[in-house]
Design a protein around this ligand. Structure first.
Ligand SMILES: Cc1cc2nc3c(=O)[nH]c(=O)nc-3n(C[C@H](O)[C@H](O)[C@H](O)COP(=O)(O)O)c2cc1C
Length: 200
């Protein structure tokens, strides 16, 4: 399977040379194909369930592991709508947004994805799926023909509806089995993420 070869090559290269998001290597698979991957993610820093008031969101930590391990670029979906909100009001607001199918705007422009063949998509589970602002970006990008790898952080729901919702948003993409990890485990969870990447 091509993706397996690509990620195996990325991991092998890391072990011999090391790489990170700031200093990416040109990674090639065993069939000499460049790995062109990007991690698209949303993550909410601040007051949250189980982890308290965090400076870096749980999903961002996982996104950073993926980039560090594979050399993938990143696009962070940013909104200031939830800045400074306490957990309970945020829960209420997110529930209303999801029920109404709102599409809150994100900062900046949608990324140009033409050069990528592999797209990791990650976010927290909010009320059983990804936060609505992620669906705003989904509306604006085209992943036809690309390999799409969903992941979540959560506090009990696992992948919830995220993989199915990504498939609905991108019916012409090759959406793989997803990966999930508890939000309160991510700070000690790099080995788990690495093991998952090796299994792809
Ligand atoms: C508005 C909101 C809704 C949430 N809904 C769920 C949920 O339905 N299921 C779940 O397991 N965790 C839920 N959580 C917990 C988050 O998914 C979890 O803390 C996640 O790791 C946060 O990631 P982040 O720091 O990257 O935003 C919710 C958290 C918030 C703030």
């Amino acid at each position: 399977m091509k993706l397996k070869n690509i990620l195996a090559a990325a991991l092998a290269l890391l072990m011999t040379t090391g790489c990170n998001a700031q200093n990416k290597q040109e990674v090639k698979s065993s069939n000499n194909k460049k790995m062109n991957a990007i991690v698209i993610f949303f993550s909410h820093a601040g007051d949250n369930y189980s982890v308290g008031n965090i400076e870096v969101g749980n999903t961002k930590i996982v996104a950073d592991y993926i980039s560090e391990i594979t050399g993938a670029d990143q696009f962070e979906i940013v909104t200031h709508k939830y800045d400074g909100m306490a957990y309970m009001p945020l829960i209420d607001l997110a529930k209303k947004e999801a029920a109404a199918g709102e599409l809150p705007p994100y900062e900046g422009q949608a990324p140009d994805l033409t050069k990528y063949d592999t797209v990791f998509i990650g976010g927290p589970v909010w009320w059983g799926t990804y936060p609505q602002v992620m669906f705003t970006l989904f509306r604006d990008i085209n992943l036809d023909g690309k390999t799409v790898i969903p992941f979540t952080t959560h506090e009990g729901s696992g992948l919830a509806s995220c993989v199915g919702d990504v498939k609905k948003a991108f019916p012409k993409a090759n959406v793989t089995k997803g990966f999930d990890i508890y939000g309160h485990e991510v700070r000690g969870g790099k080995a788990k993420v690495e093991k998952w990447l090796k299994s792809l």
